[in-house]
Design a binder for this molecule. Sequence first.
Ligand code: UDP
Ligand code: MG
Length: 149
Amino acid sequence: MEQTFIMIKPDGVQRGLIGDIISRFEKKGYYLKGMKFMNVDKSFAQQHYADLSAQPFFAKLVDYIISGPVVAMVWEGKDVVLTGRRIIGATRPWEAAPGTIRGDHAVEVSRNVIHGSDSVENGKKEIALWFPGGLAEWKSNLHPWIYEN
Ligand code: UDP
Ligand code: MG
């Protein structure tokens, strides 16, 4: 099954949104395969966002990500990359639909609470970067109640 990398950004942690965010993925029927509460340093944040290094907001973005602890997670499930992005909502919170995480909890693009991988391939890269030691192995006993196969 597909996996995605999800990170609750420092504003999400400070604002007490960890439980709400985890709950949305859990209740949907996705499986938590890795989770770390951690601070990241500048070079690590630059590596995570390397694709955006030419953007004018890059330096501010890196400062934002290193401004406090983050929750790094791996979630697994059918179509979890795309559906995870839909649960998160549009990058710019004013374009994010109500009911999405950013639609419900964010105002500014530079304070948009959460990161989610944008493709299966980038998800694999991000998981390797953030979880070099591998992931937890488990299968939910509820699996047949959520998935047909
Ligand atoms: N960002 C920003 N200003 C912008 C666009 C993006 O500060 O004009 C930040 C924002 O926090 C966003 C992150 O850069 O989540 C990564 O941008 P991306 O386009 O990858 O959006 P995402 O995949 O997070 O929706
Ligand atoms: Mg992105």
